[in-house]
Design a protein around this ligand. Sequence first.
Ligand code: ZN
Length: 380
Amino acid sequence: MTITLSPVELTQELIRFNTINPPGNEDQICEYLQGLLESAGYECRKIEFAPRRTSLVAKIGSCSTEKPSICFTGHVDVVPLGARAWKFEPFAGVIQDGKLYGRGSSDMKSGVAAFVIAAMSMAKEAKAGPGITMIITAGEETGCEGAFHLAASKEILEFLGPAGCFVVAEPTANEPLLGHKGAYWLKASTDGITAHGSMPERGENAFYKLAKAALTLEQFSFDTPPHELMGQGTLNIGTAKAGLNINSVPDSAEMTLDIRTVAGQSHSHIYGCLCKALGPTVQLDTIIDIEGVFTPSNNPWMEKVFDHCTNINGIRPVEKTVSYFTDASALKSAIGNPPTVILGPGQPEMAHQTDEFCYVNKIEDATLLFCNLIADWQNS
Ligand SMILES: [Zn+2]
């Protein structure tokens, strides 16, 4: 079929939907993408995790266990504009000097546009082959809510079928990333007994217990060896609070822990280690539990991805991982644990910035790159 829209024009169209999260309101952009994909022969399903919080999945071709699909994912929500004024209207999709400006231009409507156009132009080949699947999510920026909800839906996973390889089109300036860290956020709380501040001996100060726990955590070290590329996991205490007023003994205290894990570290194992180190006075509750993702560079499909990137970029990419997390953590195991690359046209340093932009030529390059990956997969 002839596609009337270029990937750059589609990025502009997508930027014009205001999907700032919160509130997100991803329903209209998904409706629009569904229309486009259906016109190219794709079968689509929508799924909502809350009113107007719509994610979209699409498929074409076999998409079976014998012939698993190549799967692409991207989120369509964006972060708020921030306090600083924008020089370029954030929802207009202005192009100037080879740069396309707008909220989400890099993170990551350009990535979604590139794989949607690539998938549309390769629809015929994919229909006769293993196929293409796409997972376009809502609510990524606030903790992958859309992806987790979708990954828990048997109906959606059955519809998609297993994937044989997985492209996460987050902003990487078309450099393939082998993986990313996991995020494990916990709340640690302690209890005490309140009393008048002038008679603290009658109470039990919850804050002292919490402070001791904080100092224990400062010395905490992970018992797993560091990862070859990602290094070691980290732990930081982000917030702490206790007490209602100066003249009372606080009877409760809590702090939040931000743990970033590397591939191979099990979150449940870390939970066990923390419970042991902190003892029964400290209660731990999970806030976010997103495991890390990693595919080694000697994986045969990853080698091909590196070759294609070398062709497009003109230089061989270096082996890299990143510390931020993506929807891959929520989706990878749900679609059969395929080799996974994080690879998209956006500029990583422009994500969440004022006057966010994406280079126009990178959007075109990414579309070609994705077409090549699709062609390879259909012929393999
Ligand atoms: Zn993103």
